[in-house]
Every structure is written in C-alpha cells, then in structure tokens.
Write a protein that binds this ligand. Structure first.
Ligand SMILES: O=C(CO)[C@H](O)[C@H](O)COP(=O)(O)O
Length: 232
C-alpha cells in the first residue's frame, strides 16, 4: 500500500468519530485533505456538520467538497479537530507546520475539545526533532529574532541550522497570516515543553510548530493496519 493510501485510511478512521451536529476543525496538509474529501462525501449523504478551516488551502478544498464552513468568531468551542502532523511522539506531542499552517492549526486545535492526529506511521518518532522545527516569525527585526531563537536553542542544549523557508517562486514563503517561517534542524529535542515555552516568549516569534498537550488521539496507518494511541 502506498503512502497516500495509508493517509486516506487514517483519515477514514478519524471520520468514524464524527457525529451529526458536530463543529469541526479542519486541518491542513495531504492527510487532512483526505479527511475533508471523505467528510464531503458524508455531507453529500446528509451528515450535518460545520467546519473551521486551518488554512486558505483547506478552505478552498472544503468549499470544493461541499463542507459548510464557519469561523471561530461565529462559534464558541469546536467538538473535534482532525489534522495531520510532521512528527508524533509517545506523549502525543507533535511537530507541525511542514505545510506552513501552524498558527491557524494551533488556534483551532486549542479551541477544540478533542484533537485527533492522522498520519501514516512514518511520522511516529521516539523523540521529536528529526523533522525541522518550523518557527513562524514577523519579518520586521528578523536578525534580532533569529539571535533570540538561537539563544533559546543553546539554553536547551540544541544547536541546529536555521533557514528561512522559501516558496515555489524562490522568495520567502509567506504564511496565511503574512509571516515568514524559520525551519530549524535540531536533531533531538529532549525537553519539548521547555523549548515550546521559551520560544513562545520571544518577541517576533508569532508561533512555533511544537504542539504540546493538544492532541488527544493519534491514528497512524501502516502496513500492519491502523494503530490508535491515546494521550497518556
Ligand atoms: O502541519 C501541517 C501543515 O502545516 C501538516 O499537518 C503536516 O505538515 C503534515 O502534512 P501531511 O499530511 O501532508 O504529511
């Protein structure tokens, strides 16, 4: 089975947890896109749900699939968010943001009673950090912000290369919020909650891709089937 089929299987498994009347957070990325498409099929069959997309790309996908949309200004809490991840560790802490949507993804996940992470099982890691950590920054004062990020890494015993993410046009990739992303190759993040707290306190850092304590469940599809993990 190829990777894309595994992603679709994980998405289908998450769909089993969607009930009539739910308010849903809709994630971003190739796995989340499968979920939106499968959800669209259920909506066409009469399921009543409403979704909050975590990116302009997901908004367009959801509209194409006929999934009714709302915003976090119009609803209070969401029942469930289903989203992909770049890495998942045994505590269900995550690295996200490979698709550049980490800011809206984190806002939506934090506004949800439950977050289900869907992925193929290559995303499962014993310790976060193999995938470059995305840090969303304001372009103003970038060098100062970068130095502050490097100081935080050093304080956490991490020394990694940092690169401004480029878009397809070769210029800096611009997020839906108008910010830039620094990708940091850290290797192994031994204390992700501490790093998350320190990065979040830097002026100029809008958000980072460490999702600590937000995921309730992970559904990871592999050649042996789907493994479901609950947050310990
Ligand atoms: O965080 C994300 C986007 O910002 C994605 O969820 C993450 O990059 C995983 O993507 P994919 O499902 O395509 O592997």
């Amino acid at each position: 089975m190829n990777m894309d089929e595994l992603k679709r299987q994980a998405a289908a498994k998450a769909l089993e947890h969607v009930r009539d009347g739910m308010k849903l957070g809709l994630g971003t990325g190739s796995t989340a896109k499968h979920f939106v498409e499968l959800l669209g099929e259920r909506v066409a069959g009469g399921l009543k749900v409403i979704g909050v997309p975590t990116s302009e790309t997901t908004r367009a996908d959801a509209q194409r699939c006929g999934v009714p949309l709302t915003t976090l200004d119009e609803v209070d809490r969401l029942d469930l968010t289903v989203d992909g991840a770049d890495e998942v560790d045994p505590a269900l802490n995550l690295i996200k943001g490979g698709g550049g949507a980490l800011l809206r993804e984190k806002i939506v996940a934090a506004a949800s009673d439950r977050m289900i992470v869907i992925a193929d099982d290559s995303k499962w890691v014993p310790t976060l950090g193999r995938f470059p950590l995305p840090v969303e920054v304001i372009p103003f004062g970038l060098s100062a912000t970068r130095r502050a990020i490097a100081d935080v890494f050093a304080k956490c015993g991490l020394h990694g290369e940092m690169a401004i993410r480029s878009g397809k046009d070769g210029h800096a990739f611009v997020t839906d919020g108008g910010h830039w992303i620094i990708d940091a190759r850290l290797g192994t993040i031994t204390d992700a909650p501490r790093l998350a707290g320190l990065l979040g306190a830097i002026p100029g850092v809008v958000e980072h891709g460490l999702f600590i304590g937000l995921a309730s469940t992970a559904m990871l599809a592999g050649s042996q089937g789907i493994r479901v993990f609950e947050r310990p």
